[in-house]
Design a protein around this ligand. Sequence first.
Ligand code: SF4
Length: 247
Amino acid sequence: MNVNEIFADLKKYIERHRELYGDELIVEYASLPKSSELTMTLKPQEISAMKQPVIKIDALPTLEELKATVSGCKKCELCKTRTQTVFGSGNPKADLMFVGEAPGADEDEQGLPFVGRAGQLLTKMIEEERSLGIPRETVYIANILKCRPPGNRKPNTDEIEQCEPYLITQIELIKPKIICALGLTAANTLLRNTLSMTAMRGKTFDYHGVPLVVTYHPAALLRNPNWKKPAWEDMLLLKKMLEDLKK
Ligand code: SF4
């Protein structure tokens, strides 16, 4: 085994460890990918210190009005480095809403969520017959943060506290029947917990009155195709939940 193969194995181990156990684990080595590619979840003390958002809305805006507000938002430092905000896209009356962590470079450039390679994989997960099997346009897709953290670093607590109320208002307006959190960071942030992916998958949580399930972030699936099978199982769970709504 050459040195590159050893590092490839080590990277695979670290990524698997992170998804399974959710531990804070920092690795720095020149031959490994950028630290942003190994982004870990928030530390437990950061999560427990995060305030639950309290939304006081006398009259709900429309989705378009909210989008306009977000596009001019300067509530956190990310407004200085974004190209544009990424509000969300899809069916404004969707039964199913996917929520990721934050926009990446492609999303920041195009102003739309999940449009890069990870987004293409998400589209497959949604549309493939043996998976969820519904058109992407029928669901709504958004992120917790509406602006890209520089270098795709993980969101900090201030950014989450400032931005999450926009997501909650989006949910109030769209009224999804089911939310699917994409990735460990999004799930831990929304649920204010430090559970591992293994502990959360296949279970239903509550997020502001809406049932929430958890699956892998498509970017994690690109890094580790071994997680595709469980992710596809998660899509089948969502499919069943959607079917149950019709009964
Ligand atoms: S991340 Fe959210 S709170 Fe921060 S500037 Fe962007 S829209 Fe505003």
